[in-house]
Design a protein around this ligand. Structure first.
Ligand SMILES: [Mn+2]
Length: 462
């Protein structure tokens, strides 16, 4: 994006924070096992939003007088040998629309000078331990006091601004989704009995890399879909298994995409898999069709939950009135997580800022199992990008535990679900833009109906 975009974003932020200077720190390399062997660098998302520069050792200072300064590492002659020529801090400053640029070594003295003149320095909550020490050193204080000094005003202002996605940001997300669609085409074609989960994961990652992209988060590629955040992929795919893949590529400007598809390893859903799949798909489509600024996201969650409870009641796995079952929380045995979350530069957008992103101020998370995992209850607004990701899972240990407690026995037929242990899980996830009067599924179509998924599974890659 051009320099004017970043300048305008900073001006809007400055206007939303009443006085003081605003410090947005970039990320440094994060060591894996020693300093020079680092994790792949990922810039801080707030820094990307307000400065647009993906490089280590930088900071942006948004001054009350409107003269913004970019801080960066000056050139070290050795860098030329190890890292090759790279842009000067001044070049970055011009690209980001900064009036001033200085060596990062000047940041501490500059901040202490501001503090000495009685100017408050607003900063965001640190999510890396190293950042706490950096802030303490820069501002002259105790690392243990850093969290207490976070600016609630700045958190509110950044959140309000980043929640609403511009046309250019939506285009970035759709660009990421085009790559993600390719990754799913590969995955559905590659899955077959005898292959390992890691082979499918590797082929998906290879497709992203071939297209010059990285994954936006550690993917889930598993036939044990009932383990919600299953990051191991050592299982061998077997005839009759369902494979659940939750993955997404990053855009050129580091926006995320987040898609889940569940497909049969042998290319054809069994009747039982088909029936459960149709319920999950119905829940997802109900939310996609209903989502608009007229609703809040808790309503969307409960709509999905009622659709799931209704479907499972028709199947004979649940019983009684589905609405009452959802009010009691009985559906959470099968659908224990939330319907979705904000998405943008972060896959869970701004989760580092806390529940202020998804919850109206003062509203606490529910204490009910399942509903408490919902990351967002907010009223939907035009420009929000959210995920819609209902699922049905058969988690043997949870079924046993609830059955032993006779929990919600008036709504759950425990005898009927006994035979579903080993079924795994089904989740279907898309990314949704809220518009003035409805919502639009972002990106190119990725096979989702039973016919589409089975056809994509038949398209072998080799
Ligand atoms: Mn998601």
């Amino acid at each position: 994006m051009n320099a004017g975009v970043y300048r305008a974003r900073r001006a809007q932020l400055r206007a939303a924070v009443d006085g003081g200077a605003i410090l947005i720190l970039g990320n440094n390399d994060a060591p894996k096992n020693y300093v020079d062997n680092a994790y792949p660098f990922r810039q801080d998302s707030h820094f990307l939003y307000y400065a647009g520069i993906s490089e280590t050792g930088m900071a942006a200072l948004i001054a009350p007088d409107g003269r913004d300064t970019l801080y960066g590492r000056p050139h070290d002659p050795d860098d030329l040998v190890w890292h090759g020529p790279r842009p000067h801090v001044g070049d970055h400053a011009a690209a980001g629309g900064f009036a001033e640029h200085r060596a990062v070594a000047e940041l501490g003295p500059d901040l202490r000078e501001l503090a000495g003149a009685g100017v408050r320095v607003h900063y965001l909550p640190p999510y890396r331990a190293e950042r706490r020490f950096q802030l303490a050193e820069l501002l002259g204080g105790d690392p243990r006091a850093v969290d207490g000094g976070v600016s609630a005003e700045l958190v509110r202002a950044v959140c309000a601004q980043r929640l609403i996605k511009s046309r250019d940001e939506v285009a970035e997300i759709e660009d990421a989704l085009a790559v993600t669609a390719e990754m799913y085409r590969v995955a559905m074609g590659a899955a077959r009995p005898g292959r390992a989960e890691y082979e499918v994961a590797g082929l998906m990652q290879a497709r992203a890399l071939e297209l010059g992209r990285r994954e936006a988060f550690t993917p889930i590629v598993t036939v044990r879909g009932e383990v919600l955040h299953n990051h191991s992929c050592d299982n061998t795919l077997a005839d009759g298994d369902l494979m659940l893949v939750d993955s997404g590529a990053e855009s050129p400007l580091f926006y995320a995409s987040d898609i889940t598809r569940t497909f049969p390893v042998n290319g054809r859903f069994s009747d039982r898999q088909r029936r459960i799949y149709e319920i999950v798909l119905a829940a997802q489509m109900a939310v996609i069709n209903a989502a608009s600024p007229a609703h809040d996201n808790k309503q969307m969650h409960l709509l999905a939950a009622r659709t799931i409870a209704g479907g499972l009641t028709d199947l004979g796995l649940m019983k009684g009135n589905p609405d009452d079952a959802v009010a009691a929380g009985a559906h959470a045995l099968f659908f224990p997580h939330g319907i979705g979350h904000m998405m943008g530069l972060d896959v869970h957008d701004m989760e580092d800022l806390g529940d202020i992103v998804g919850y109206p101020e003062g509203e606490q998370r529910s204490s009910q199992f399942g509903l408490g995992f919902l990351r967002m209850t907010r009223q939907l607004e035009p420009g929000f990008v959210i995920t819609v990701e209902p699922g049905i899972y058969f988690i043997p240990a949870l079924i046993d535990q609830w059955r032993a407690e006779n929990r919600h026995a008036e709504f759950i037929d425990y005898d009927a679900i006994e035979g579903y242990k080993g079924f795994g899980g089904i989740r279907i996830e898309d990314d949704l833009l809220i518009t003035a009067d409805g919502a639009r599924v972002l990106g190119p179509g990725i096979p989702k109906t039973i016919d589409e998924v089975e056809a994509a599974c038949r398209d072998s890659n080799d």
